[in-house]
Design a protein around this ligand. Structure first.
Ligand SMILES: NC(=O)c1ccc[n+]([C@@H]2O[C@H](COP(=O)([O-])OP(=O)(O)OC[C@H]3O[C@@H](n4cnc5c(N)ncnc54)[C@H](OP(=O)(O)O)[C@@H]3O)[C@@H](O)[C@H]2O)c1
Length: 271
């Protein structure tokens, strides 16, 4: 058991699958008190069937695109445990469609969940994190450093999350609050199945071989280590690091490289 997380109060949004679920299970294993939310409560309960009912676990139904749900989630944590040390803004969805074909509601939906969900939850959690001098974390993406074709809404939302967290970190610099965003590489999860197509329906398939990607458990361990070490940012893979640096140095060349990479995906909407 990891001493750092023992008895810490941790809130994780979007924890019924993938990275959020792995983060929650790992934090429970390390002795933390963990509050998790998602829209589908039955799926959330099933994800924690082993720990359901445990005093160190709080399951909550919330849609982070609704400010009132985010407030109720934080209120429920405070009334159960009285404090909050770490907020991990993880809930997110993706998309795959050309902007020219896109129903604008798709882009709005992504901003509402990925960006506004982070803003709302952080707003309601902030006074308690200020008190505990704890951590505010955003699960971003390489798409928050480099605009990705077919993912205009996703990239917009992740750039916005990073800008928001960087500004917030600067505001809080004298308060001892830790602010970090993490940019996982491609990680095995449900995110490509739920990614929205041009018409707003889930694409219901993944173009990647999920079993060849980093596991959600590995990704969660790196994020928890980053929180423990109070890192500013985490870019988790070599491919991610190369993309960020090459984009700083050779942005025009990267337009071509990134286009070619995503054009090769099965079912790509452009080529
Ligand atoms: N997997 C990757 O390759 C990858 C790479 C980079 C970054 N990320 C980021 O990692 C985060 C987690 O994604 P994942 O890959 O683990 O995907 P996932 O397996 O699809 O999990 C997403 C989670 O978010 C929840 N969620 C979605 N919309 C929500 C809403 N409006 N309110 C509350 N919860 C909501 C989902 O539950 P419900 O549907 O029941 O609400 C689910 O629990 C996302 O922010 C994603 O952008 C993922």
């Amino acid at each position: 058991m990891d001493y750092f997380f023992k008895n810490k109060m941790i809130a994780i949004t979007g924890a019924s699958s993938g990275i959020g679920k792995a983060l929650a299970l790992a934090a429970l294993e390390k002795g933390a008190n963990v509050a998790v939310c998602a829209r589908n409560f039955e799926k959330l309960q099933n994800a924690f069937s082993q720990d359901k009912g445990a005093d160190r676990l709080l399951l909550f139904k919330a849609d982070v695109s609704k400010a009132e749900d985010c407030k109720s989630f934080i209120d429920a944590i405070l009334s159960k445990w009285g404090s909050l040390d770490i907020l991990i803004n993880n809930a997110g969805i993706s998309m795959r469609a050309m902007f020219a074909d896109l129903d604008l509601n798709v882009l709005k939906n992504l901003m509402d969940i990925n960006f506004w969900g982070t803003v709302y939850t952080t707003k309601f959690a902030l006074p308690f994190i200020q008190k505990s001098k704890g951590s505010i974390v955003g699960i971003s993406s390489i798409a928050g450093y480099r605009g990705l074709p077919g993912r205009t809404g996703y990239s917009s939302s992740k750039f916005a999350v990073q800008g928001f967290l960087e500004a917030l970190r600067t505001e809080l610099r004298k308060e001892g609050v830790h602010v970090m965003w993490a940019a996982p590489g491609f990680t095995a999860s449900n995110i490509r199945n739920t990614a929205l197509a041009a018409d707003g329906n889930a694409q219901k398939e993944t173009p990647l071989e999920e079993d060849k990607l980093m596991s959600a458990e590995q990704c969660a361990e790196i994020i928890l280590k980053g929180i423990e070490k109070r890192k500013r940012t985490l870019i988790m893979t070599l491919q991610g690091k190369a993309t960020v640096w090459m984009n700083k140095l050779f942005p025009k060349w990267m337009d071509k490289m990134v286009f070619n990479h995503f054009a090769k995906e099965p079912g790509s909407p452009f080529n």
